[in-house]
Design a protein around this ligand. Structure first.
Ligand code: HEC
Length: 291
């Protein structure tokens, strides 16, 4: 915490574009990569950090940085820092990402954030943006570009590398503040978030939008006398369970028996569609309102 705080003051003096806030807590998530392998944040707990590099197939500015990412990975891998890419672009499906991986060989798994909900929860807005996560304390350590350009001829600053130094030195804890570097000026490509909730009017409606998704996907088991441990039989009940519902949906625990439908399918495999997942999570994030 101390080290990072010093970095913060320096940054404020140099650029004024970087800020410190209380540690940003994040929920667990589980994403499938382009080969169908699952990557769950909490399962990286044997590592000191997970670095998520936002990627989009059409973003050539971020592709130009692939060799730099590789240098970072090679350097920090020994310090128990894992690297993944994440595709949250609405324009890239898993087939396109597989082709991309074959052509550019970034040498890291590319996690498919097809609902864009992980990007939303991490505050990612552009391809090229980097987020460093602490999988033990479930916090964001760093969010911003690879490098921060220097102001008026000053050499550039490297808050990301300073974050890595602090991680390697074991200076990271539950209360480590989130370093957030303004991404506006950094190379990258803006992502579109058409489903994002930006005003109260966008919050999905319980009766007409949320309840039908629950009936279709959950209530078969979550009913009085059903095999689910609680019945989704009233708004109050669903609202009370909603933080837990968010967790099981974001980690793909519910509905049970999920597999990547593009790799293989089981007869009774169930997955929530992208839209249904967004409906439930956006509603829960808004406090699971009755109306
Ligand atoms: C095929 C039956 C089935 C379906 C469909 C199903 N569940 Fe479950 N659910 C269970 C069972 C069994 C458990 C208890 C065992 C477990 O936690 O895995 C459970 C547990 C849960 C829990 C509690 C987890 C905990 O750790 O206490 C939540 C929350 C939940 N389900 C939400 C959902 C949601 C949301 C859906 C729909 C998207 C859903 N379930 C669909 C059977 C089901």
């Amino acid at each position: 915490m101390k080290t990072l705080k010093c970095v913060g003051l320096l940054a404020a003096l140099l650029a004024g574009s970087q800020s410190f806030a209380a540690p940003e807590r994040i929920g667990d998530f589980n994403l499938i990569d382009e080969t169908g392998r699952a990557h769950q944040l909490s399962k990286f707990g044997y590592q000191k950090a997970l670095v998520v590099i936002s990627q989009a197939n059409s973003c050539s500015t971020s592709q130009e940085l692939f060799s730099e990412y590789k240098i970072l990975e090679t350097k920090w891998d020994n310090e128990q820092i894992s690297f993944v890419m994440m595709n949250s672009s609405i324009n890239d499906d898993v087939e396109a990402v597989r082709r991309f991986k074959n052509s550019y060989n970034p040498d890291m798994p590319i996690l498919m954030d097809d609902t864009q909900l992980v990007a939303e929860s991490l505050g990612i807005t552009k391809a090229g943006e980097i987020v460093v996560l602490d999988p033990n304390n479930m916090t964001i350590l760093y969010r911003g570009p690879l490098d921060t350009p220097g102001a008026r001829g000053e050499p550039g600053t490297t808050f990301l590398r300073e974050t890595f130094d602090a991680i390697a030195a074991g200076e990271i804890g539950r209360d480590t503040e989130t370093v957030s570097v303004d991404f506006e000026a950094a190379p990258g490509c803006a992502l579109e978030f058409p489903a994002k909730v930006t005003s109260a009017d966008d919050v999905p409606d319980y009766e007409t939008e949320v309840a039908p998704v629950l009936i279709e996907n959950c209530v078969g088991c979550h009913i009085e006398g059903g095999i689910g441990p609680f019945a989704m039989n009233s708004h109050q009940m669903v609202q009370g369970w909603s933080p837990m519902m968010r967790e099981v949906i974001m980690t793909k625990r519910m509905p049970p028996m999920q597999v990547d439908p593009t790799i293989r399918s089981f007869e009774n495999a169930r997955t929530l569609s992208v839209e249904d997942t967004q409906t439930l999570i956006h509603w829960i994030n808004a406090g699971a309102p009755r109306e």
